[in-house]
Write a protein that binds this ligand. Structure first.
Ligand code: SF4
Length: 354
């Protein structure tokens, strides 16, 4: 069969096969699939961007308990939101959630717009997330194209191009749009199907079609990557950005059972979050006692942190305007990065003699 005709047939049937698969084998009971409001869908989409589903399942419910609706989120301080987000990493997401909630309250009367183009203008919402919100909350016709979907389309159509290049991504967006089902009623199952299929079947490593006992892939006969024996080569893996090693000193200043934290600058690692000072009074730091080193991995950095304990009970200390003394438990309740949290928990254990 000529390649062109086969490709057209696949374009035509892709949505049909995917919807049938989703209805039978897709996910139907995720918390954000129940009572689908734009707020709940948006929150789940942002959380799922860089966090595993198993973690999101827990944290999503906790977040909703603290901020049950857009208004409560917009009224909170950014520190409250960061504190609830603590431990999930990629804190820009939390800051953007807060910003976005405020913009929707002030510029859209507290209601998320239904138009994907308007949604994409909101802080922290990219094109694919905007489409997901528009489809799931408002039944709009829009295509999603996150990392999972790119992989599925690339494999099924055997696209070997470098998808990190914007020209290639643009072509894929156009393709994704042509694949949308005709019937509006099918859009939710189709979009959910794309997400589910990429997350549970055509996974990055070990897609189920490679396992003998797995159920049959709905695209078994059509998948070009499979036919070419190139499943593991598609999509093309681009060179990873080099990870930089970074050494840091943190000064753990303690006075009257309180610990000194400082608000980090709004740019750079852990922007705007509370952390231990990296610089401190030169005279006082001479008395610093090294504590156990802490390692922490960020997207492009591997940090080795040397915490230095400073017992300042009898010292007069002048602190900077961005610094503040906190009772340990209050410090823990702030939006603090994971290594700060680890050190604070250790300090509490030592204080309580655990
Ligand atoms: S045959 Fe394998 S690679 Fe192709 S779509 Fe199915 S699961 Fe993915």
């Amino acid at each position: 069969m000529p390649k062109e005709i086969k490709k057209n047939a696949l374009d035509k049937n892709f949505a049909k096969y995917l919807i049938a698969w989703q209805k039978k084998d897709g996910r139907h009971h995720l918390p954000w699939q129940i009572n689908r409001t734009a707020y709940r869908v948006w929150l789940s989409e942002i959380m799922l961007q860089q966090t595993q589903v198993s973690t999101v399942l827990i944290r999503y419910q906790e977040f909703l308990k603290r901020f049950p609706d857009l208004r409560s989120l917009a009224m909170a301080t950014v520190d409250d939101v960061l504190s609830e987000w603590s431990g999930m990493g990629y804190y820009t997401r939390a800051r953007n959630l807060h910003k976005c909630a405020r913009v929707v309250m002030s510029e859209h009367d507290g209601i998320f717009p239904s138009d994907p183009v308007a949604l994409e203008k909101l802080p922290g919402i990219g094109r694919s997330t905007a489409a997901a919100i528009a489809v799931f909350s408002y039944g709009q016709r829009a295509a999603i194209l996150d990392g999972n979907v790119k992989r599925v389309l690339a494999r099924v159509w055997g696209i070997e191009a470098d998808l990190s290049k914007s020209a290639e991504t643009k072509k894929l967006w156009t393709h994704a749009e042509t694949l949308l089902p005709k019937k509006p009623d099918d859009l939710v199952a189709y979009t959910q199907g794309l997400m589910d299929f990429g997350a549970t079947f055509c996974t990055q490593y070990g897609p189920l079609c490679l396992s003998e006992k797995s159920p049959k892939c709905p695209f078994n006969k059509d998948c070009v990557a499979k036919a070419l024996g190139k499943i593991e080569q598609i999509p093309l893996k681009v060179k990873k950005v080099k990870v930089i090693r970074l050494d840091m000193n943190w000064w753990i200043a303690i006075q009257k059972n309180k610990v000194l934290l400082e608000k980090r600058p709004n740019q750079g690692i852990w922007a705007g979050m509370w952390s231990f000072p990296e610089k401190f009074n030169d005279v006082l730091t001479k008395k610093g006692q090294p504590m156990q080193k802490v390692s922490h991995v960020l997207t492009h950095r591997r940090l080795t942190i040397q915490p230095m304990m400073l017992d300042l009970n009898k010292q007069k200390v002048v602190i900077e305007p961005n610094q503040q003394w906190f009772v340990f438990e209050d410090a823990l309740a702030l939006g603090v990065p994971k290594p700060v949290r680890t050190i604070l928990l250790n300090l509490i254990q030592v204080r309580d003699g655990v």
